[in-house]
Design a protein around this ligand. Sequence first.
Ligand SMILES: Cc1cc2nc3c(=O)[nH]c(=O)nc-3n(C[C@H](O)[C@H](O)[C@H](O)COP(=O)(O)O)c2cc1C
Length: 286
Amino acid sequence: MNKPILDTEKCIACGLCAEVCGLDVIIRNGNDRPTINHTAYCHVCGHCVAICPQNALSIPGMVGNEYTPVQPPAISPSDMEAFLLTKRSCREFKDRPVEKSVIENLIAVARMAPTAINCQERTFIVVTNADKIAELRVALTKHIRSVLKMVKLAAGKPAALFLSAETQQYMRHLQADFEIALRHMDKGGDSIFHNAPCLIFFTGVTQDLAGRDHALGAQHYLMLYAETLGLGTCINGYAQSAPKVLAKCLNVPKGYTIYGALMLGYRRHTYRKGVYRKPAAIAYYE
Ligand SMILES: Cc1cc2nc3c(=O)[nH]c(=O)nc-3n(C[C@H](O)[C@H](O)[C@H](O)COP(=O)(O)O)c2cc1C
C-alpha cells in the first residue's frame, strides 16, 4: 500500500497532516516537520493531502489522483434542510432518455461516497437498453409471483402460531403491495420500473460485511445529486430483494452482489408540499 510522501522543502511544520491522520502514519515531531512512518498501516484516505496548505504531501499511484481545490460549500443549512424536506421518490418519468454524459456525471459524484477503510469496492451497472429493462421486468415479475406464495402463507392465520403479530402485519402489507403490483402488471402497466428510461444498480463485495453499505452509500449520493439536475429517482425494493435474479440478467462482476437498485429519469411532476414523516423515536443518554 502506498504511503504519503512529504516534500520537506515545502513543509512548514504546521502539523495539520499529523492531526488528521488517524492511523499514526504521519507522526508529529513537536514543532518540527512530521515524519512518515513507513511501517504503519495507511488506508490512503488522502486527508493529509487534502488539508496541507503547502501542497507538500502526495500519494503516489493513488487511483484517480484528483485533489480538486475546493471552496467551502455555499449551501446554507436552511437550503439543505429545505432540499431534504422536499425530496420525493419519483415514479412518473418524462419520455426522455437520460444523456450518457449526465449518467457519467452522476456516477462520478456517487463514487465519492465513503467506504470502510476507504476500499472503494463497489461497481455500477447502468441499464438504458429497453430490451434489457423488459427482460429484468419479466424476471422480477416471475420472482414476485413466487415470493407472494410464501408471503401469503406467512400472513395467514396458521402462521400466527410461530410468527409475531408485527411480522404478520408486515407480511400483510407486503401481500397487498405485491398483489397490486401484479394486478397492474397483468394489465400491461409497469409497477416495477414505472417506465423509467434508466436503471442503475450498485454492487458491493459479497464477502465484505460492509459491502451493502458501500453500495447504498453511493446510491444515496447519486439520488440526492440527481435532484439538483432535475432528475427524479426511486429505490427499487423488488430488485434489491432479488440479487440472484438480477445476477442472471446482468453481468455482475465476480465476487460482487447487487445491493442497490434505482429508477432514474427526468421528473414529470414537482410536488407542492413537503414530506411528512412520523416523529423521530430518539433515545438520549445525557
Ligand atoms: C429500501 C426501499 C425500497 C423501496 N422500494 C420501492 C419500490 O420497489 N417501488 C417504489 O415505487 N418505491 C420504493 N421505495 C420508495 C418508498 O416507497 C418511498 O421512499 C416512501 O414511500 C416515501 O416516499 P418519498 O421517498 O417520496 O418520501 C423504496 C424505498 C426504500 C427505502
